[in-house]
Structure formats: structure tokens, C-alpha cells
Ligand binder design. Structure first.
Ligand code: ADP
Length: 386
């Protein structure tokens, strides 16, 4: 059986093609596109590439496509990526404008390009179903909460992989096994010392998640992906009082205010340079003070959330960096880990600087808290087996 996993990020499209049978699974091909604006054309290009490279004789050989869908309000977990799912994504597109439309369009595109394939969606919110209610609720009137306004959480596939892989790397196969079967069996009881991990998914979209014994106990992302850390061009955390104030004083319509918060804010808004941290870093190195402020604000926010979850969990055993910035941006990792000797975290700068998109420990000898770079693995069928 050939299964294609499609990961339609806010700025990227990544895919893996698996052959799966009773004896196991193998990756036949993987690929990806960055700085994507037209998802339909990259999907077609990917299918043509698989054919051109001789991986498949025809796209009609693909039996199923799996999607890492983002936010469907009442729809979560693993469901058929059918018209109901597309509708759920479109109905909540206003809440996740950078994420839901690429998936809704991508699912439609695949349904058209691969009419024979079964399409399946696993929602990013699924990993957060065990977050305690006091940490997922907002202090709002009941009528607001009744229409689904709460903290959902995103990047579930990425943080779940980090939960499982970091447990393996920490020698905690009991925790890794519990995480692997989380969606089928729920969290298994873990005896012995609790394993406390904070996972930093830093990419076009970023979030920090606290993970206790392989289960998410909280995350920086809230109701929408316009929350928590500053994102590439989205605001991140913002006081709710700022929106009506800016609308009144700047004379903005709601649509225009929303557009500015979701397209002209974040790293782009603060730096005035770019939504890509590589460009912002470059400008900062050349003395652009706004670019430096954007990077410093991002780092400050990451540290804020790491501290919050380490406190909630009663300590920290491992800190993990993943996704585009987390895997490649050694400057950001250095800044996030600075001055934490008192807490038992010391980075090995040489290891840190040489580590690019490979799985590696980057803490110094004697650091009580381990620091891992774990390349994001959001397209895996069974992450623990890859
Ligand atoms: P998405 O959230 O869209 O899936 P990725 O996880 O691929 O995105 O991360 C994309 C981001 O990673 C880019 O915006 C870029 O800022 C950052 N990035 C990629 N390569 C590097 C690099 N070599 N150094 C620093 N940041 C990088």
C-alpha cells in the first residue's frame, strides 16, 4: 500500500511517500518546497517529480494521503479528509487563515489529482486533549466559551514526535511507548521519576509545549495560531484591549485590523525586513536595530514559555529545539539557553554551532538538563520506527 503524507505548513509543503505492508513500512521518497504561495502547483509538481524519478509509474498507484490538518473546532483526532472535514476547516478559516485554507485547498487538490486515493486527516489539536482544563480555558463569559473559544494548541504532530523521540533518547522507553499509542489507548500510567520535556517548535509558525511523561500539559498556542510566540508574519500574543483601541485610533475596519495582525505582524512587523528569520538575522548583523529587536523579542517569548512549563512541571529534564529555526538557528538556541547555569542548563557552544538539522545533544558535559536538536518529523506514519 502506498501512502503519501502531506504536510502543508504556513509557508512550506513537505511530503513523504511510504510503502506499508504487514511486515513494516519504508520511505520511498520525500521532498519539500519552501516559501510556498501556490499550493496547487507544488502539489502537482511533487506528483510529477515522483513519477519522473521513477518512484511511481503513475499517481494512480497512491492508495491514501494523510494530512496534518490544523483546526476544525469540534472536529479533532483522526477523520476522513472528506467534504465534512474541508467544511470544518473552511468554517474555522477565519481563526487559522494561514493554515486552514492551504489544507482545505490541498485536500480538494489531492481529491482531484488522486481520485482513487483515500484521504485521511489527523488534526494538530489532537495532542492537546489531555491538557488540564484550567490551562485550556479562557476567563470569558459562558456564551464566548460555548462558541468554542478556548486554547486548542497546534503543531501537535511535531511536538508528539519530539515527546516520543526525546523519551527514547533519555532512555525512557516506557514513556516513548505510551506516547506512541496515545491516540489509540490514551496515556499509560508511568511509574518512577516523571520525565519533564519542553519542546520548542520554531519555524514559519512557532510554539512551545510542555510535555510530562510524553503527554502535552500545555502549549503557547491558544485559540488561533495568532497567539503565543511571535510568528513569521502573525502577531503572537496580544492584549485583547489592543484590538479595539487600534481600530478606533487608527480608524481600521475589523477586516483591515485582522489582515495587519495576520499578515504584517510578527517578525515581519517588528523588523520591517522580512518574515524569514534568515533575512532578519542578516539585517540584524548589519546593524538594523528593528531586526535585532524582532529577534530579541522572539527569544524573550521562547524563554518565557519554557520557564512557564518548567515551573508547571516542577522542573525540566530535557529542552528540545525543532523545525526550521530550531534546527538551524544556532544563534537563537544560544540566546534561549543563556544564563541558565543556576537551573542546571549549560550549552556546549561548539556542539551548538556545528549542529544543523541533525539529531544531536548540544548541552555541555555536566549539564543536568539535556538539550537536544531533533529534526522535525511531522510526516511520519509511525515516528518511533523511523
Ligand atoms: P513551516 O512552519 O512553514 O513548516 P519550517 O519549519 O520549514 O516552516 O521553518 C521555516 C523557517 O525556518 C523559515 O521561516 C526560516 O526562518 C527558518 N530557517 C530555515 N533555514 C534556516 C537557517 N539556516 N537558519 C535559520 N533559520 C532558518
Amino acid at each position: 500500500m502506498l501512502i503519501l503524507i502531506a504536510n502543508l505548513g504556513s509557508t512550506s509543503f513537505k511530503y513523504r511517500l511510504y510503502r506499508m505492508d504487514a511486515t513494516g513500512q519504508e520511505v520511498l521518497a520525500k521532498g519539500g518546497y519552501e516559501r510556498v504561495t501556490d499550493y496547487a502547483s507544488v502539489i502537482d509538481d511533487a506528483l510529477q517529480t515522483l513519477q519522473k524519478d521513477g518512484v511511481i509509474a503513475s499517481p494512480s498507484e497512491i492508495d491514501a494521503v494523510g494530512f496534518k490538518t490544523v483546526l476544525g473546532k469540534d472536529l479533532s483526532g483522526c477523520v476522513w479528509a472528506d467534504e465534512t472535514c474541508v467544511q470544518a476547516l473552511e468554517n474555522f478559516a477565519a481563526v487559522a487563515p494561514a493554515h486552514n485554507p492551504p489544507y482545505a485547498n490541498g485536500i480538494r487538490q489531492f481529491a482531484q489529482s488522486l481520485p482513487q486515493a483515500r484521504l485521511v486527516a489527523l488534526f494538530e489539536t489532537a495532542f492537546y486533549q489531555w491538557v488540564p482544563e484550567p490551562r485550556s480555558v479562557y476567563a470569558l463569559p459562558k456564551s464566548w466559551r460555548d462558541i468554542g473559544i478556548r486554547r486548542y494548541g497546534f503543531h501537535g504532530a511535531s511536538h508528539k514526535y519530539v515527546a516520543e523521540r526525546s523519551a527514547q533518547l533519555m532512555g525512557r522507553d516506557d514513556v516513548a511507548a505510551s506516547t506512541a499509542s496515545l491516540y489509540l489507548q490514551g496515556p499509560a500510567p508511568i511509574s518512577g521519576k516523571p520525565l519533564r520535556v519542553v519542546s520548542c517548535h520554531l519555524g514559519g509558525s512557532s510554539s512551545v509545549t510542555g510535555i510530562l511523561n510524553g503527554v502535552a500539559i500545555g502549549t503557547s498556542m491558544g485559540f488561533s495560531p495568532q497567539s503565543g510566540l511571535p510568528q513569521n508574519n502573525r502577531v503572537g500574543e496580544l492584549d485583547s484591549g489592543a484590538l479595539p483601541y487600534a481600530m478606533k485610533v487608527l480608524g481600521l475596519s475589523l477586516e483591515e485590523a485582522e489582515r495587519q495582525l495576520t499578515k504584517e505582524s510578527g517578525l515581519l512587523g517588528l523588523s520591517g525586513v522580512s518574515n524569514d528569520v534568515r533575512d532578519v538575522n542578516e539585517a540584524s548583523l548589519q546593524g538594523n536595530a528593528d531586526a535585532t529587536l524582532a529577534i530579541d523579542h522572539m527569544v524573550d517569548s521562547i524563554r518565557h514559555w519554557i520557564g512557564a512549563f518548567a515551573w508547571q512541571m516542577g522542573g525540566l529534564d530535557a529542552l528540545v529545539f525543532t523545525a526550521g529555526i530550531g534546527e538551524n538557528g544556532h544563534e537563537v538556541r544560544t540566546a534561549v539557553c543563556e544564563g541558565l547555569e543556576e537551573f542546571g542548563l549549560v550549552l556546549d557552544e561548539a556542539r551548538n554551532q556545528s549542529c544543523r538539522a541533525v539529531e544531536q545533544e548540544i548541552q555541555a558535559e555536566g549539564s543536568r538538563i539535556k538539550v537536544f536538536v531533533i529534526p522535525a518529523n511531522e510526516e511520519s506514519l509511525c515516528p518511533n520506527k523511523q
